[in-house]
Write a protein that binds this ligand. Structure first.
Ligand SMILES: *Cc1c(COP(=O)(O)O)cnc(C)c1O
Length: 360
């Protein structure tokens, strides 16, 4: 099955084979070494040249676990968080903070609109109680790319902390974490890094780790400094999904061999193949090209075709597309191009799509 959903993704045979390793105990040095290898590779992939300024904190759980850990661990007592919300994942950040009864404010936008840095600057000047700003890099809801560098610059100039959900962006979009002084960046194994779902991580700036130690502990499982202290000694505080970590390590080998910027270019090229093919078939994208990411395109459903019918016809031919969420459900469908897929497979998808539209 060719997965055109934004994670889990198709992985290479090499990554799949890496699951089949001997059983090990996570309290033994074999696991410490594995953990250390993964951390080192994450830092060299995503903060090259500034490896010593960041720590990579790994945890077992899907991307949301790491997002929740980053949010709950970064807020001092009595301060507020400001979320730039323009999609399901921005909304989720707000909901997480709200659920824990911590102070949250929002700058809310239509799902097809980018947050506006001027409005953020104004809000930060007016609200000294806001300590942390949260935003999604690539809003998976629509495939919209948010202005991460502009926002990071304002957050840094205003001496606030930036928590970035880059779960669907890392290894798919260009991001200079260290240069932009982003304190926390959340990622996952199972999207553009082309590993399996089940391990996620937060890249944290070291200077900020010391500050975080003074913040309240709000969760047993998701308290970041607890992980940082244990992982500093080569341990994970809870039982990790050991086999998934092995596959993650292999996926990172693959990523570093390919090169992060080559990976990004490959995704960009595959997105172009899909976009040109769909344009020829007259299918209309939700967003103008300058707002689109390298890895997801949202399309209006063709006239007279429901999502379920389209989905089922394509699945019969071996391709899984993805539905719209929230108020875009039944209006759009999404095609992701993350994962170990070839140009030929996208050509096959376009043929299958044309047939699915013609079928009566
Ligand atoms: C996939 C995704 C997540 C995490 O989702 P999980 O299902 O928990 O892995 C978080 N944020 C964004 C932007 C995502 O695309």
């Amino acid at each position: 099955m060719v997965l055109l959903n934004p994670g889990p993704v198709n992985v290479s045979e090499r990554v799949r084979q890496a699951l089949v390793k001997p059983d090990i105990c996570h309290r033994e040095e074999e696991f410490s070494e594995l953990l250390h290898r993964i951390q080192t590779k994450l830092l060299s992939a995503f903060v090259p040249g500034a490896e010593s300024e960041y720590v990579a904190v790994l945890m077992t759980g899907s991307g949301t676990a790491a997002v929740e850990a980053a949010l709950m661990s970064s807020l001092p007592h009595g301060k507020r968080m400001l979320i730039l919300n323009n999609g399901v994942y921005g909304e989720r950040m707000s909901q997480i903070i709200g659920l824990h009864r911590l102070g949250v404010s929002e700058l809310k936008y239509e799902w097809t609109v980018r947050p506006d840095p001027e409005r953020l600057l104004l809000a930060l000047r007016q609200h000294p109680e806001v300590h942390v700003v949260g935003m999604v890099h690539h809003e998976t809801t629509t495939g919209l790319l948010n202005p991460v560098h502009e926002v990071a610059e304002i957050v840094d100039n205003q001496n606030r902390v930036f928590v970035l959900d880059a779960v669907s962006a890392l290894a798919g979009e260009t991001l200079d974490i260290a240069k932009s002084h982003i304190y926390m960046v959340v990622g996952t194994a199972g999207k553009c890094i082309q590993g399996f779902p089940g391990v996620s991580f937060v890249l944290v700036r070291k200077g900020f780790v010391e500050k975080m130690r003074a913040y309240p502990k709000r969760s047993w499982y998701l308290h970041l400094t607890h992980y940082i202290d244990n992982e500093g000694r080569g341990m994970i505080p809870f039982t990790p999904a050991v086999q998934v970590y092995y596959a993650f390590d292999e996926a990172l080998n693959e990523l570093l061999e390919e090169g992060v910027s080559n990976r990004i270019q490959r995704y960009k090229k595959m997105a172009t193949v899909i976009r040109e093919g769909m344009a020829k078939l007259g299918v209309k994208p939700l967003l103008p090209v300058e707002r689109q990411s390298n890895t997801i395109t949202a399309y209006h459903l063709p006239e007279g075709l429901s999502y379920h019918v389209l989905h089922d016809r394509l699945k019969q031919q071996g391709y899984v597309i993805y539905a719209g969420q929230g108020n875009l459900e039944n209006k759009i469908f999404r095609v992701a191009n993350m994962g170990a897929l070839t140009e030929g497979q996208f050509g096959g998808f376009l043929n299958a799509f044309e047939q699915a539209c013609r079928q009566k």
